[in-house]
Ligand binder design. Structure first.
Ligand SMILES: Nc1ncnc2c1ncn2[C@@H]1O[C@H](COP(=O)(O)OP(=O)(O)OP(=O)(O)O)[C@@H](O)[C@H]1O
Length: 633
């Protein structure tokens, strides 16, 4: 059924040639390159994600770039200046040679040296050793204990954030980002003086976290932010105590009676209500719920107040969370909702020191950018850290960052833009027999094939609930999501739709079955109902067997019982809505019903499997109009 092509070609752009998976190798072909030229450039992945900011000049001389990052020596177009970053300055003859390459002089025979060769020469002289050193330093960071995080945060990683997982070690993006966001990447402990408490305005730091899907980016930014908030809180309390101690004694209350208790003055009600210190922006309500749940779990031990705001909640709930009299520390929201709140109450952004723009390529694209930027502009006066986070960096975002945030510090993992390591990719040609172009049938048959395969492998001692197989099917249009769901149900497959058309309140609960997030009572009832329906199907003797039954016309409304059933398999049919950031950790199979429009969508959709190094499989259905030629060579 599944055809495993020997060589797969990226259907979208040359940049995707960087894709790697154990079973395939993307290679650009002439046709792919031609297509690439025709596509709008903003849909292409950036090849220069890790490039640093332009050199800062002081009195006409560029200041030496920091090489204290894994990419410190990369993307250099000039050879090093004498003594640049070396313990031993280079010799006079080497300087002469380097100067010749830098000035781009022609060779002896008058030919210009090839650009790639020039780059190679420039890189070879400096960066490999430096990169090796930094790589080594990342390898050495194999425990959360090594980070300069507050002890309670370190303890909470395993117990709260990772659900009691033992022997956890930080992922590459966490090794890169946590020290950088804490300001301890040079191995030094940060200064104890906290600017927030002193009321100082620190210069805003800007970071870009770019790492492959399912690599733990959320925790990479959440931990340093919570650490900063808790330290600021402590420093503020100390300052208050010092100020109180400095007050003249007459201003203190005097007690006439020996056994009178000193009663603490009650806190000013609502002083910090509606004025969070940190804001995390996410594109969808589903992601707000996901990140909000992580914060909620951490708040039990770290003791802070978080509020998740999205259109999934009523305005009363939103208001009571944001303006809770006890104050709020971290707000997780969609930009549209937060923007509308700040229209009526601009004070909401007056105390923000940390702003995260997660899924930055979405939130800074044409549709979201005006709203996101307006929030950023209003928060800037108090902002200390701006953190942009994404698994894909399109060229448009890269250009935007160069213009708007030239000083952004790029924390980029080497596997960015790669398909997760343990994900196998297969292609089903829907034009072949027996489908003859019927994509719906091909999809149903693919699901049956997956369902009938041997039981799910149990990895690393984890046991899946009832070993039920979870499959996510991606379609390009939301109308198709409900249509295909109905078709699959007609074929006896337990399918659910998740798109903008789905009822908002139920979306989180539907997703919870695929993410393993806490399932609410309502969802449990729904699940039980579905299980009883599917078991009643499975109890019925199947009147037909084989592919003929699948090819049979869908059951009529008067006879809703399908001819076949597929117990033990749950399918989620969704659009791009379910592709970004959703932590579908229980899912092992993804079916791409439609070929995605862009390589960016492709990466996000396939990124729902193979998370955190797990095994996974992606199946792409390819038809006549789908540039099958560029998949199969
Ligand atoms: N150090 C770690 N060890 C083991 N699991 C981890 C670790 N850090 C995070 N995880 C888990 O990895 C999963 C993926 O994390 P997360 O959702 O943050 O990935 P992501 O990089 O943001 O993915 P995407 O790009 O799809 O948004 C989560 O289930 C999370 O609990």
């Amino acid at each position: 059924m599944f055809r495993q092509p020997s060589t797969l070609i990226c259907p979208f752009c040359e940049a995707s040639a960087a894709f790697r998976a154990p079973t395939l190798q993307w290679q650009p072909s002439r046709s792919a390159a031609t297509l690439h030229k025709r596509r709008p450039s903003r849909m292409n992945l950036s090849p220069n994600v890790a490039r640093g900011p332009p050199p800062i000049e002081v009195s006409g001389k560029p200041i030496r770039k920091s090489r204290n990052s894994p990419f410190g020596g990369m993307n250099q177009t000039e050879p090093p200046r004498p003594g640049y970053g070396f313990k031993n300055p280079i010799s006079a003859s080497e300087q002469k040679r380097a100067g010749r390459f830098a000035k781009d002089k022609p060779d002896k025979d008058g030919k210009e040296p090839m650009k790639a060769l020039k780059m190679q020469r420039a890189l070879a002289s400096v960066s490999y050793e430096a990169r090796g050193r930094v790589k080594q330093s990342l390898q050495d960071l194999d425990s959360f204990e090594q980070f300069d995080l507050l002890p309670v945060l370190k303890e909470s990683v395993s117990t709260q954030a990772l659900g009691g997982m033992m022997d956890v070690s930080p992922t590459p993006v966490q090794r890169l980002a946590i020290p950088a966001l804490l300001g301890t990447e040079d191995g030094k402990r940060r200064k104890r003086k906290e600017g927030i408490a002193q009321g100082e305005k620190k210069e805003m730091q800007q970071f870009l976290l770019a790492a492959e899907t399912g690599s733990g980016k959320t925790l990479a930014y959440v931990l340093p932010i919570l650490d900063a908030l808790k330290r600021a809180e402590k420093a503020e309390a100390e300052t208050e105590r010092t100020l109180a101690a400095q007050q003249p004694p007459q201003s203190r209350p005097t007690y006439n009676r020996l056994f009178d208790l000193e009663v603490e003055p009650p806190p000013v009600p609502g002083l910090n209500a509606g004025r969070p210190r940190a804001i995390i922006l996410l594109p969808t309500s589903e992601l707000v719920a996901q990140v909000g749940a992580l914060l909620k779990s951490l708040s039990h031990t770290i003791k802070f107040k978080s509020a998740m705001l999205s259109t999934a909640f009523t305005s009363t709930v939103i208001r009571s969370r944001l303006f809770h009299p006890g104050g709020v520390d971290v707000v997780v929201s969609t930009p549209h909702l937060l923007s509308s709140i700040t229209e009526s109450d601009p004070n909401v952004l007056s105390r923000v020191t940390h702003l995260v723009i997660d899924e930055a390529d979405s939130l800074l694209d044409r549709s979201f950018s005006p709203i996101t930027s307006s929030i950023l502009d209003r928060a800037t006066p108090s902002l200390q850290q701006l953190i942009l986070c994404s698994a894909t960096i399109p060229r448009s975002l890269d250009t935007y960052l160069q213009k708007r945030f030239p000083a952004v510090k790029r924390l980029v993992t080497p596997n960015l833009h790669a398909i997760p390591r343990r994900v196998q990719l297969s292609v089903v040609d829907i034009e072949n027999l027996p489908f003859q172009g019927n994509r719906d049938l091909a999809c149903a048959q693919t699901i049956y094939d997956i369902g009938k395969e041997g039981s799910e492998e149990v990895e690393d001692g984890e046991r899946e609930a009832g070993k039920e197989k979870k499959i996510v099917v991606f379609v390009n249009e939301r109308e198709k999501a409900s249509e295909l769901t109905a078709f699959l149900r007609g074929k006896g497959i337990d399918a659910m739709a998740l798109s903008r058309d789905s009822e908002e309140r139920g979306q989180t609960e539907v997703l919870a079955e695929f993410t393993g997030a806490g399932i609410s009572a309502t969802a449990r009832r729904l699940q039980q109902h579905r299980l009883s329906t599917s078991s009643s199907h499975s109890e019925k003797p199947a009147p037909m067997t084989g592919l003929q039954r699948l090819l049979a016309p869908p059951s009529s409304p008067s006879t809703p019982t399908p001819a076949r059933s597929l117990p033990g398999v749950k399918v989620l049919v969704t659009t791009d809505l379910g592709s970004r950031g959703i932590d579908t950790i229980l899912v092992r199979h993804v079916v791409l019903y439609d070929v995605p429009h862009t390589s960016i969508d492709f990466i996000h959709r396939l990124g729902r499997v193979g998370r955190m190094g797990r095994r996974g499989r992606g199946v792409v259905l390819v038809g006549k109009g789908d540039r099958k030629d560029v998949f199969l060579t």
